[in-house]
Ligand binder design. Structure first.
Ligand SMILES: Cc1cc2nc3c(=O)[nH]c(=O)nc-3n(C[C@H](O)[C@H](O)[C@H](O)COP(=O)(O)O)c2cc1C
Length: 239
């Protein structure tokens, strides 16, 4: 990977830290020993030249959604730089990551992503592991959204919910639902979806980032208010 690409990515990791409870660090060591065995979403992760650690302050009440939101901002920037990534929250060795970066007592590495250039052609083994694409399907908005009737949604709501719906999540469980109100959208956890040792609120933080970026693209700015479970946060548009 070109040093100038790494330098930009490092800058992005240091700059994009919108919440006190989440930060990211680029580690330019081959990520081999960090990944545990075989992992599923993209097949195997091999030979990644670097990885990014997503670190949470466990004393922060909203740490999971903050890490999801922050990490996805960085993942999208890496993608814009032409890099490939894959969120990994289950199958990695946090103790090895913690030996490569400074992590304080109250912090925890909640997830990582390898960064590099993915092989174009998937092997049969990889196709089998991803269920021939099933792990990439997404639920329809009609199953996820409630509140204001669809016919009354302004354009920004359509675009933002479509972007949120397409967000990645652990084992593709899509643990979110959305309540559309006159002044914004509330993200909620769908309680029947399994936890699998990775917080569903972290996934919801990823969807929040997608929602806000899409809204901004429609010229619509707003603020997040974090909310208690099973709600996650409300995106309140600025009037
Ligand atoms: C928080 C989080 C954790 C994930 N953990 C893993 C993992 O441990 N191993 C893996 O192969 N994929 C992991 N993934 C990738 C998901 O399996 C993948 O995003 C999902 O199946 C949807 O696929 P797509 O994003 O390619 O459409 C994770 C994704 C997220 C958002």
């Amino acid at each position: 990977m070109a040093p100038e690409v790494l330098a930009v990515l490092d800058w992005v990791c240091n700059q994009f830290a919108p919440f006190p409870g989440a930060r990211s660090r680029l580690v330019t060591e081959p990520a081999k020993s960090v990944f545990k065995g075989i992992i599923g979403g993209f097949g195997k992760i091999k030979d990644a030249p670097a990885f990014i650690a997503f670190i949470g302050d466990m004393d922060d009440s909203f740490v999971q959604e903050e890490v999801g939101y922050t990490g996805e901002g960085i993942v999208l920037e890496a993608t814009a730089l032409g890099l490939n990534t894959c969120w990994v929250a289950g199958f990695f060795r946090p103790e090895i990551v913690a030996s490569l970066i400074e992590v304080s007592k109250k912090e925890q590495v909640l997830a990582i992503t390898p960064v590099g250039y993915a092989r174009e052609c998937k092997s049969w083994e990889e196709k089998l592991m991803t269920g021939f694409g099933r792990s990439h399907n997404r639920l329809a908005l009609s199953k996820l959204a409630r509140g204001l009737p669809t016919e009354q949604w302004p354009d920004w709501v359509n675009v933002s919910l479509e972007a949120a719906r397409r967000a990645p999540s652990a084992v593709n469980r899509q643990p979110w639902s959305f309540e559309v109100q006159d002044d914004g959208i509330t993200v909620l956890v769908r309680t029947r979806v399994p936890e699998f040792n990775v917080s569903k609120r972290l996934d919801c933080g990823i969807a929040m980032l997608h929602m806000e970026v899409a809204a901004a693209d429609c010229g619509c700015k707003g603020e997040w208010e974090f909310l208690p479970s099973p709600q996650v946060a409300k995106f309140k548009i600025r009037s």
